[in-house]
Write a protein that binds this ligand. Structure first.
Ligand code: S3P
Length: 186
């Protein structure tokens, strides 16, 4: 029999610009969970931006930090975790997240993603002459990984608050009734 899943947390996965942080903040507020963003945790610990890490130490170094953080998060409870867009692409990270999270992918078309990120400069993977082409090719390569998520939510035409509410409902349903604390003996 397949082992039952433990849904202590929610992991938001998906491409850069899909809205993981915006939705994550709202979702954490709805559920009264703690919100964490893996990129921000790495930046705070390294005391530098993700772009600087890529530039000075290279992508493999960043991926190693990301993998370590992913393992560390296994002991989390009651957290909404917004992951970096590449985190679940590493199968060991995907498996690690599935061990304690309901994994929710925010899915948007390349055109929507491009519109959202085109005026931003902090994403090293998109600093290219043709970012839309890069988004398309990365998205094709990553689709199998993103499709492993428990739930896929299309965000092209959905406001962040609606998305957050929908995920909260799915999470409560997946988790089932939470057992009340046992009453103390009289
Ligand atoms: C990356 C996404 C970024 C960040 C890094 C690499 C990716 O996070 O982790 O620039 O590989 O897709 P966001 O998805 O939060 O932008």
């Amino acid at each position: 029999m397949a082992p039952t899943r433990e849904y202590r947390n929610i992991a938001l996965v998906g491409f850069m610009g899909a809205g993981k942080s915006t939705v994550g903040h709202l979702l954490a507020e709805i559920l009264a969970f703690e919100f964490i963003d893996t990129d921000r945790v790495i930046e705070l610990r390294q005391n530098r931006r993700v772009a600087d890490i890529f530039e000075k130490d290279g992508e493999p170094f960043f991926r190693a930090l990301e993998r370590d953080l992913c393992r560390e998060l296994e002991s989390s409870a009651n957290r909404v975790i917004a992951t970096g867009g590449g985190m679940p692409v590493d199968p060991s990270n995907a498996e690690s997240l599935r061990g304690h999270c309901l994994v929710v992918c925010l899915w948007a078309s390349p055109e929507t993603l491009y519109e959202r990120v085109r005026h931003q400069s902090h994403r090293p993977l998109l600093q290219e002459p043709d970012p839309l082409a890069r988004i398309r090719s990365l998205l094709v390569a990553r689709t199998p990984a993103y499709r492993q998520s428990d739930i896929l939510v299309g965000v092209d035409f959905r406001a962040p608050l609606d998305t957050a509410r929908q995920i909260a409902t799915s999470f409560r349903r997946a988790r089932g009734p939470v057992m009340p604390a046992r009453a103390p003996r009289a």
